[in-house]
Design a protein around this ligand. Structure first.
Ligand code: PEP
Ligand code: CO
Length: 462
């Protein structure tokens, strides 16, 4: 028997197939009234080409192994929920621009490679705390993301519609297509570092700080050229890798895009490079953990304030029994006032058990509050404070604060309060456009990147 046969046996996960999750309790799945339609839609998606290639997922895993080892930083960012309505080239480009800007600030300031992963090209499905929500005096089934139902406040809009699964596939495919074009076709060229600034950002303090940094980068490039370095031939300066990720919530959809890699025989969920398990579906004996334990992609798991060390170790064992660096990213989201004390015992437990995880701070989901006007919001100060607590906890335990996980948009929205333009509660109605959680706008996002850089510097981490 040749080497391929051996590889096939080695890369299969024990007692697992893409459908073994179906025997386990699966929380947060919509009740699709049209079961024949659901079946048809899933078969259709299963017949379509994969969105990503297994080799790309392995490349991301290798980059994340560098983060786990403390030699790189992960920036994971994008929408809370992508919208079927706000779907345009401009929207994708603006989001990419702010991610590239943040990445350049972080790379330059931290002096390590920044692994860029978007919450994009598939981040549609939303878990909900309650199956019903009250709007005015109507009690309606909850909005679950455009891959399931529509947000309009009517009974009809909230009925899960299986055709949306097919539409989500197509939107993810064309978003990814444009991302690949932008990142490989010149838009992300480091020589264009000035061109990523949006007009509404340029005149702000953080915009000016960014301009200064961009000038320094240009000077460094000129210096390298003058020294005889062939800048044109150095492809890392002209292209970037931006990977895709989303919460693997709708397991039927994820199963339909799970394919066997012909090179290794392993299974990969080809709906995105990286998939994560949400805070509400991380039960170790649940369907989401069962599904993701068997795919070869790098995976993430949210870690909220109720997580105990023993449960976390069980999860690490289930999701990464062979302890491969880069395979598992733990995304903490505890809230600014709980993070430092809550995280330290978890860091110690995972470190002492020898699990080589990537630790990432999601400073958004533990800091969501309802404003006086009734809008869901997050305050910029609380977001910074959670990151600070995260960094301090790592510093104390001797572990590497590997990255941040952010909800943002490139646009000039008013969804989170605070920041240098001091968005007030009373201004939230001006441009509140998210279909789910409140996002940082372009200025606040850039400001946050500078804040992280400063926090790392002042902690002596870089
Ligand atoms: C999210 O990332 O949008 C989300 C719902 O997060 P969590 O599972 O941490 O609540
Ligand atoms: Co969210």
């Amino acid at each position: 028997m040749g080497g391929t046969g051996r590889a096939v046996r080695l890369n299969r996960v024990k007692d697992w197939s893409p459908s073994t999750w179906q025997a386990m309790p699966a929380l947060q799945q919509p009740e699709w009234p049209d079961t024949a339609g659901l079946d048809r839609a899933l078969k259709q998606v299963a017949s379509y080409p994969p969105l990503i290639f297994a080799g790309e997922a392995r490349a991301l895993r290798a980059s994340l192994a560098q983060v786990a080892a403390g030699n790189a930083f992960l920036l994971q960012a994008g929408d809370c929920a992508e919208s079927f309505e706000e779907f345009s080239a401009v929207n994708i480009r603006e989001k990419l621009r702010v991610i590239l800007q943040m990445a350049v600030v972080l790379t330059y300031s931290l002096g390590v490679p920044v692994v860029k992963v978007g919450r994009i090209a598939g981040q549609f499905a939303k878990p909900r705390s309650s199956p019903f929500e009250t709007i005015g005096d109507l009690e309606l089934p909850s909005f679950r993301g455009h891959i399931v139902n529509a947000a309009a406040p009517t009974e009809a809009a909230r009925i899960p519609d299986p055709d949306r699964l097919v539409q989500a596939y197509h939107q993810a495919a064309s978003t990814l297509n444009l991302l690949r074009a932008f990142t490989k076709g010149g838009f992300a060229d480091l020589g264009r570092v000035h061109a990523w600034t949006q007009e509404f950002v340029a005149s702000s303090p953080e915009g000016q700080q960014y301009e200064k940094l961009a000038e320094e980068i240009e000077r460094a490039l000129r210096f390298m050229r003058a020294c005889g370095v062939d800048i044109e031939a150095t492809h890392n300066l002209h292209e970037v890798d931006v990977y895709t990720s989303h919460e693997a919530l709708l397991l039927g959809f994820e199963e339909a895009l799970t394919r066997q890699d012909t090179l290794t025989g392993g299974w990969y969920d080809c709906s995105a490079h990286m998939l994560w398990i949400g805070e509400r579906t991380r039960q170790v004996d649940g369907a989401h953990v069962e599904f993701l334990r068997g795919v070869g992609n790098p995976i993430g798991c949210k870690v909220g304030p109720s997580m105990e060390g023993a449960d976390l170790l069980e999860l690490c064992e289930a999701l990464n029994p062979t302890r491969e660096p880069g395979r598992l990213t733990l995304i903490t989201r505890m809230g600014a006032d709980r993070i430092e004390a809550g995280l330290r015992p978890l860091l110690a437990a995972v470190r002492d058990a020898g699990h080589p995880v990537v630790w990432v701070c999601d400073p958004m989901h533990g800091n969501t509050i309802t404003s006086q006007s009734g809008r869901k919001t997050r305050d910029f100060e609380a977001i910074c404070a959670e990151i600070d607590g995260f960094v301090r906890a790592h510093h104390a335990e001797g572990t590497w604060p590997g990255g941040i996980h952010i909800e943002l948009t490139g646009d000039n929205v008013t969804e989170c309060t605070g920041g240098t333009d001091k968005i007030l509660d009373s201004q939230l109605d001006d441009r509140y456009e998210t279909v789910c959680d409140p996002r940082l706008n372009g200025r606040q996002s850039l400001d946050l990147a500078f804040h992280v850089a400063e926090m790392f510097r002042s902690s002596g981490l870089v």
